[in-house]
Design a protein around this ligand. Sequence first.
Ligand code: IPM
Ligand code: MG
Length: 361
Amino acid sequence: MDYYITCIPGDGIGPEIVAAAKKVLDAVARKFGHSFKYTDILMGGASIDVHGVPLTDEAIATAKAADAVLMGSIGGDTNTSPWYKLEPSKRPEAGLLKIRKALNLFANLRPAVLFDDLADACVLKKEICEKGFDLVIVRELTGGLYFGERKTYTDNGVRTAVDTLKYDEKEIKRIAVKAFEIAKKRRNKVTSVDKANVLDSSRLWRAVVNEVSADYPEVTLEHMLVDNCAMQLVKDPSQFDVILTENMFGDILSDEASMITGSIGMLSSASLNETKFGLYEPSHGSAPDIAGKDIANPIATILSAAMMLRYSFDLNKEADAVENAVRSVIRKGIRTKDIASEGFETVGCKAMGELIAEEIG
Ligand code: IPM
Ligand code: MG
């Protein structure tokens, strides 16, 4: 069968890691008799340089016409790149927010897993790492502070800025349903994270999540305040299965969750809408400092491609094959620089993609 994939190589290490993921997908296509057809679009800085804007309407239309989108990363060094001299709506990140909204990608899944063979990389104390952890953050992605009204103005000569945090019950319900559905396929636990001791939006969030939970008696629901959750993630991450939260809290907690694995270069993510369509990208950024040096770790993008096979194409066997290939290369002691410790063979981005592809057969 033919699958149409729009690729966004993007900026920084993006083009290198997407190229490596395509190698792996091509190996999957050969082995399992599929055909993946790629069309590249520009987004972020790469689009600004050509079109003057971080995402064009034509690029959105191309993405919409595909079965799924595979993205590398966008953005540059915020201190030195000329892209950050532009007004905020023309900067690279505005392209990412625009595509999320245009494709209605309201559900962002960010798994944080401690890989057995990389347990040494875990930055937490040994007695915490030993318990292992395997959690997924389900982050609302098209509402809240990111998309609320904002303005900057002068009030009686005082510079003032406002951002608005708004959620309606429909937005909360659809992301809560996703979280419970995912929990059902995992370990049946949802931790809903909010700031209900202060915010109205969080109080509504809690009420709606409680209502949704009535349809999922097999799933245990707990509520946790966001500051406590930030602490619990470093104290005992093994307690979490699915963490459900709003856009801004999810942004912050997902960086924390990825860091405690010690291998941010390994973590994938998926942004989904109500259909099978999704945008898949690594959890890490564009790492402009190592761009073009062939030392980036492509595994997060390769594992994102595996999520694409699973969630958008229902190709579970194929997704398993990619995940197993990654595990087996790691087990052989082959590492990119970011996850290498003494005694391991270090390879570049391109070679890592090729080795994982070979493993698939
Ligand atoms: C992320 C990123 C984005 C976000 C930025 C680049 C706008 O941090 O995907 O987590 O805040 O959502
Ligand atoms: Mg972030």
